[in-house]
Design a binder for this molecule. Structure first.
Ligand code: 2NL
Length: 368
């Protein structure tokens, strides 16, 4: 039997070991012959090859290899053939060692240069400039409004967004039965507090704290249970103004709103007041201003009317002054309110105010 023959044939065993090595080493032939750089060899690939090669070395040159067994068998060979057999074993081992060694060297330097290449940085490249942020369009408009009123001698007041029934409704002369007080229109916490539905709450606090005379605006976030659509959002921004002093009349209201709108939209801006109704003012009026785009001749923005509706206003109701600790026999005042987001949408030509609250930077970046 062939196998039996090899068993008894030490030379044949060495030849078989060499053949087995040559066969497995075929895939490394390129590394054994080529220079330090192996074209097209990726780092991960080279590292994997290195592991395979290490296993191959153990298998063919290790303690349990066929070659090691042949080495041990040298002593058992008949004296006349021993030297020649010993030489064959040594020569075979030297050849295998050299081939594996060369392949290892090639792989090592290939890995080395692949690592160096990967970690290479060009220190002469210009640095990456951090992108500078910018204000949200609502903030831009709010600050313009604030600047104008500060210029007219008004203080800017801030307050909480969660309020008691008293500040959100009661003090504003909004009757218990008014629909705004229902859960249909207002968000309530489980403890029965309201998310403020207008910033008048801030003005009641300010009147209580500072008393009259008083000139202030209250910009801020307000909440109403509206179904979102292009002109409504359950959270939006509002600014309310309040002026309380002796002898304040409707003339002061009209003069102030008209001056504000001239400073906001240009000196040619005209204002008109239309009678209206609010529980917290009497008399009450809504105000419009001449279209800043067409100047009143009619266009898409003003829907061909020449006018843009902006907000509500009126003379502070005596009940409101009283609730805030101001004597309506001595003092009178005017108040107004307008939506900042609506104004923002108008000024930037937005067709949907919800864009202002989605925080999509691709949209917001346009207002740098
Ligand atoms: C609107 C209408 C308005 C007020 C707000 C007010 C505040 C106090 C007393 C009396 Cl403390 N009134 N604010 C008055 C009239 C109208 O807002 O359309 N807002 C967007």
């Amino acid at each position: 039997m062939a196998e039996n023959q090899t068993e008894q044939d030490p030379k044949g065993k060495v030849e078989a070991a060499r053949k087995a090595f040559e066969h497995e080493f075929e895939r490394f032939a390129a590394f054994a012959s080529s220079g330090p750089a192996v074209p097209g060899l990726k780092l991960e690939q080279a590292e994997a090859e290195q592991r395979v090669l290490a296993e191959l070395r153990t298998r063919h040159l290790g303690k349990k290899s066929a070659l090691a067994a042949s080495k041990k068998a040298i002593g058992a060979v008949a004296p006349d053939g021993r030297a020649a057999f010993g030489q064959l074993v040594q020569q075979t081992e030297a050849e295998i060692t050299q081939k594996i060694g060369r392949a290892e060297e090639t792989l090592k330097s290939a890995i080395q240069s692949a690592r160096t290449e990967r970690e290479r940085i060009d220190v002469t490249l210009p640095g990456r400039r951090p992108r500078r942020g910018h204000l949200h369009p609502i903030t831009i408009v709010r600050q313009r409004i604030e600047d104008i009123f500060v210029g007219l001698g008004y203080a800017i007041e801030d307050g909480r967004e969660v309020e008691t029934d008293f500040y959100n409704f009661e003090a504003l002369n909004i009757p218990e039965t008014h629909p705004a007080r229902g859960t249909q229109d207002t968000f309530y916490t489980t403890e029965g507090f309201a998310l403020r539905s207008q910033t008048s709450t801030v003005q009641i606090h300010a009147m209580q704290r500072r008393g009259a005379p008083l000139r202030m605006i209250a910009p801020g976030r307000v909440f109403r249970r509206d179904t979102p659509d292009p002109t409504h959002n359950p959270m939006f921004f509002q600014v309310e103004g309040l002026c309380v002093d002796r002898g304040i009349s409707m003339a002061h209201l009209k003069g102030t709103v008209a001056e504000f709108l001239r400073r906001m939209f240009g000196p040619g801006t005209t204002t008109r007041f239309r009678p209206s109704y609010f529980p917290f003012t009497e008399p009450s009026a809504e105000f419009d201003f001449s279209c800043f785009k067409c100047g009143g001749t009619g266009c898409r923005i003003c829907k061909s009317s020449g006018w843009i509706e902006l907000g509500g206003s009126g003379m502070v109701h005596p009940n409101v002054l009283r609730a805030a600790g101001v004597d309506p026999e001595v003092y009178s005042g005017f108040a107004f309110g307008l939506g900042i987001d609506r104004m923002c949408a108008l000024m930037y030509g937005l067709d949907d105010i919800r864009l202002l609250f989605e925080n999509d930077v691709r949209f917001l970046e346009q207002f740098d």
